[in-house]
Design a protein around this ligand. Structure first.
Ligand code: HEM
Ligand SMILES: [Cu+2]
Length: 637
């Protein structure tokens, strides 16, 4: 571009700060009112919605857990019928995995990745809006089916032949399969957005070795999503085909293969736990340094360990199938690979301990949850190594030992870090602090409640209590432990209650947080709290891994982006050198219409295969509306 032209373009160069802010607010802000909110493509607005929705699903799933514990507290209880119990554990598991854990982690990525890499919006913001609606509709579908007493009842992994046409008449299994399509569609969309944002929209100077650890974690997580989710979408779609149009993918009598289901499911299902866990690694690695007052020990080994975990996670899935009778050599291989993954996990834990060792810990609530995470996750990892060995697994397979193990890794490994993250980033998202006093209460109740609830489940498992049973006889030696577990679950629930009370209270009238209450060094703290619609007045320039190092003085910024349209800076993949200015789409309601059309097609297709044909027409119409140039400057460029 020639110089005289450049000066004719309304850019932020040479304008006073207040004037830049005024123009950016006009161009990036959403219109007020209901439709303005619905049409918003601001990544922070959408992420907040995602996070709140996922936490509502956590509460609903938690209530189901309490219902199960009520039923199991005494032998031969009659609160819940066997059929309803089947629906409840299936709902609980599916809800927690597909509607809470994965979405909430991705939502944190949607909120913080653009801020942490110093850009103004996520890549493909309308796709982002679409992904939220699709996720919401999938969740509503599942919960509506529960309200109508036709919820899936085949377990969260819906094994065939139980979930096939022969043993699951009605629509229950189809609802499970289609809920998968909804949630995986939205997860895939978000993963693509995160990958592109990280690779192409980093602030100038943020070369690959300066990317914040949380952003690395989200990047690896996104790749896992992209590689794992297609397997289960294929599985759930072929299951519907078997059920609806009479294909025989999973029917051995007609040349199909029931084990194919398990392979497809667990090829997704094992990486799934790392999709949940890797973001937690990123959170812990971000939070820990802020509370021990020194930089993270071992950035490179940590990043390498995350990548290694991601790669290895695709080589473990058969450890979920040790009892189906696979060839010995295969079993040995998967035992070895399952144990091998504890090496990168060990490296991560070593780095965290070393970070703490050399620092001066300040025991605020986020740090408490981080320490609780390390302790709990190590126990879950140890029982993981135990069940990776075939003889032991053969003993405890499908018992409460496994239920104990996976709650240790899921709650210990993901929910604890997530709560730490909420305490840590709440000030960023709302401009207010959460309460330290309630935070401590929440931590101790959750930590103690958790261990009292789930540790005895190991013992129950060793005593032979199978999972997924709605009751047990009084002669069996399980009653005392079960009562104890159920009472402890109440303690755990109280802890969550305190946490939610704290969130709601602090959101309304917490103490003002100021821009950087923890003296953190990542870029999201370089803007006000909560961040403005355009994130940064001027795009930051990064010259070190600690982008906001305390003795650095003013943060350098780049200028030259236009202020009369939504524009982003595109940078190179490795060095993050500025490459181009790229326009970013305006708000639009079309993603919502497209999501509604998609939902109609997906739900209809549980009843008729022709829905795929006819239902595509409205989707095509909404996509035309979505991409139709409306004459805004962003469309022209
Ligand atoms: C909040 C406290 C929680 C309690 C008290 C709890 C309790 C339970 C119980 C008792 C079962 C076994 C049901 C049975 O086999 O009969 C179960 C299963 C399960 N839970 Fe939880 N849970 C909790 C939180 C979570 C969370 C946060 C997650 C995931 C992030 C999760 C994931 C699962 C899964 C995947 C299953 C297996 C479902 C199936 O067998 O199909 N749970 N839970
Ligand atoms: Cu696994």
């Amino acid at each position: 571009m020639k110089k005289d032209q450049a000066s004719a373009v309304p850019a932020d160069t040479g304008l006073a700060d207040a004037e830049v802010e005024r123009q950016l607010t006009t161009i990036w802000g959403s219109r007020p009112g209901f439709w303005g909110a619905v049409a918003s493509v601001d990544h922070k607005v959408i992420a907040r919605r995602y996070i709140v929705t996922a936490f509502i699903f956590l509460i609903l799933g938690g209530l189901l857990a309490l219902a199960m514990r009520l039923q199991l507290a005494q032998p031969e209880a009659r609160f819940i019928s066997p059929d309803r119990y089947n629906q409840i554990f299936t709902m609980h598991g599916s809800n927690m995995m597909f509607l809470f854990a994965v979405p909430v982690m991705e939502a944190i990525g949607v909120y913080f990745v653009p801020l942490m890499v110093g850009t103004r919006n996520i890549a493909f913001p309308r796709l982002n809006a679409f992904s939220y609606w699709v996720f919401l509709f999938g969740g509503v579908l599942l919960w509506l089916s529960f309200a109508l007493d036709t919820a899936p009842d085949v377990g969260w992994f819906a094994y065939v032949p139980l979930s096939g046409p022969e043993y699951s008449a009605g629509k229950r299994a189809d609802i499970w399969a289609q809920m998968i399509t909804f949630t995986e569609l939205s997860a895939l969309a978000v993963a693509v957005e995160i990958v592109v944002t990280v690779f192409k929209q980093r602030a100038p100077g943020m070369s690959l070795d300066r990317i914040p650890v949380l952003v690395w974690a989200m990047l690896v997580m996104s790749f896992l999503v992209i590689m794992a989710m297609p397997a289960i979408m294929f599985a759930s779609s072929t299951l519907i085909l078997d059920r609806l149009v009479g294909t025989q993918f999973y029917n051995p009598a007609e040349g199909g293969d029931a084990l194919l289901w398990q392979h497809l499911f667990w090829f997704f299902g094992h990486p799934e736990v790392y999709i949940i866990f890797l973001p937690a690694v990123g959170m812990v690695s971000t939070i820990l340094p802020a509370f021990v007052g020194r930089p993270l020990f071992g950035y490179l080994p940590l990043v390498m360990a995350m990548i290694a975990t991601g790669v290895l996670s695709f080589g473990l899935w058969v450890h979920h199938m040790f009892t189906v009778g696979l060839p010995r050599l295969g079993e040995s291989f998967f035992t070895a690979s399952s144990m091998a993954i504890s090496i990168p996990a060990g490296i991560q834990i070593f780095c965290w301990l070393a970070t703490m060792w050399a620092g001066r810990p300040v025991f605020r609530t986020p740090l408490l949850f981080v320490i609780g995470f390390i302790a709990t996750f190590v126990i879950g990892g140890l029982t993981g190594v135990m069940v990776a060995s075939v003889p032991f697994d053969t003993q405890v397979h499908d018992t409460y030992f496994v239920v104990a193990h996976f709650h240790y890794v899921l709650i210990g490994g993901a929910v604890f870090p997530l709560i730490a993250a909420i305490y840590y980033w709440f000030p960023k998202m709302t401009g207010r602090m959460m309460s330290e006093r309630l935070g401590r209460w929440a931590f101790w109740l959750i930590f103690i409640g958790f261990h009292l609830t789930f540790f005895p489940m190991h013992l129950l498992g060793l005593l032979g209590m199978p999972r997924r049973v709605y009751t047990y006889q009084p002669e069996l030696p399980w009653a005392g432990l079960n009562l104890f577990i159920s009472l402890s679950a109440v303690l755990l629930a109280l802890g969550f209650l305190v946490f939610f009370v704290d969130v709601v209270r602090s959101w309304r009238n917490g103490l003002p947080a100021g821009p950087n209450p923890w003296k953190a060094t990542t870029l999201e703290w370089a803007t006000s709290s909560p961040p403005p619609s355009y994130n940064f007045r001027r795009i930051p320039v990064v010259d070190a891994r600690e982008a906001l190092s305390p003795n650095d003085g003013e943060l350098a910024v780049a200028s030259g982006l236009r202020t009369d349209r939504r524009e982003l800076l595109v940078t190179s993949v490795v060095e993050a050198l500025p490459e181009a200015r790229e326009s970013s789409p305006r708000d639009s309601v079309w993603p919502l219409w497209a999501a509604i059309a998609t939902a109609v097609m997906l739900i209809w297709s549980m009843f008729s295969p022709w829905a795929v044909v006819w239902g595509s027409i409205p989707i095509a119409v909404t996509l035309i509306g979505w991409f139709w140039p409306k004459g805004s400057p962003e469309d022209e460029s």
